[in-house]
Design a protein around this ligand. Structure first.
Ligand code: 4GX
Length: 254
């Protein structure tokens, strides 16, 4: 996968390329990544990339010509790439989108700044608009980094065996199970006994149940929007019955 970022702040990217999963993926030649300066395609002595909005009003708008120049160059480099514009108006990025993007051969990420980009860029140059979330960033750069990182870790062979993308939160739509490491006692709190049992079947069952209950407690929306697996449904029904028993025992007492 080839990533090309178009930004007026390319200096934000080298340390991103040089750490963690992204660095490893580049070293393994699973991805190629670069940040191109939109300003290099601006004309005039001052290489201006923004201008005042027609019709007046506050703020500045990214001029179309430098962006178009940068985009043409990026597309020449990666002809098969899809182009994403980072904007609060886009579809909100999630793991499912990341999976779809991971199957592409190339991705050009346009980082807008100021109040936005000239509307005439959209039709010919942008395949889709993506938002990192419902809040206002100063520019699309953090969004581009998030997309690159999330997509990169889904590329086969980038993550090693045990920390495979398949066992992650969201890979199957539930949150991760609870995790513990040494010491065995921390500030008076122990670790669930089952984890010392050596019984891998019991441990897997406990992990599944903690993942499910955490998802219920912290992110009910993930369960509501999910086609529950029969095992998940069974476990929820079991809890439902148990909670029902507790409640009816209480009402009998009243
Ligand atoms: N997820 N911003 C982009 C300028 C802009 C506006 C419209 C293109 C079109 C954001 C987000 C985000 C602020 C980055 C506005 N560029 N980007 N910028 N949320 O808030 O991605």
């Amino acid at each position: 996968m080839q990533f090309s970022v178009l930004t007026i702040f390319p200096e934000m990217f080298p340390s991103f390329w040089e750490h963690g999963i992204v660095r490893r993926a580049i070293a393994q030649e699973k991805i190629q990544a670069s940040a191109r300066n939109i300003r290099d395609f601006a004309s005039g002595k001052h290489r201006v990339t923004d201008d005042r909005p027609y019709g007046g009003g506050a703020g500045m708008v990214m001029k179309p010509e430098p962006l178009a120049g940068a985009l043409r160059e990026a597309k020449r480099e990666i002809p098969f790439a899809e182009t994403i514009l980072l904007t609060p108006q886009g579809r909100i990025f999630n793991q499912k989108m990341a999976k779809q993007l991971a199957s592409l051969q190339g991705l050009i990420l346009i980082c807008g700044r100021y109040e936005g980009v000239d509307e005439r860029i959209f039709d010919d140059f942008v395949d889709f608009e993506v938002s990192l979330g419902d809040y206002v960033l100063t520019g699309g750069e953090l969004g581009a980094m998030a997309i690159i990182e999330v997509v990169t870790r889904l590329i086969p062979g980038v993550l090693g065996g045990v920390d495979s993308a398949e066992s992650d939160s969201f890979s199957d739509g539930l949150l991760e199970h609870a995790q513990y490491t040494r010491p065995r006692e921390f500030e008076g709190e122990g670790v669930p006994e089952v984890l010392f049992s050596g019984n891998h079947k019991e441990i897997a069952k406990w992990r599944f149940e903690t993942a499910l209950i955490r998802t219920f407690l912290k992110r009910k929306d993930l369960l509501e929007n999910r086609n529950l697996k029969s095992r998940e449904l069974d476990t929820l029904k079991k809890w439902h019955r148990e909670i029902g028993k507790i409640i009816s025992a209480q009402s009998r007492g009243l």
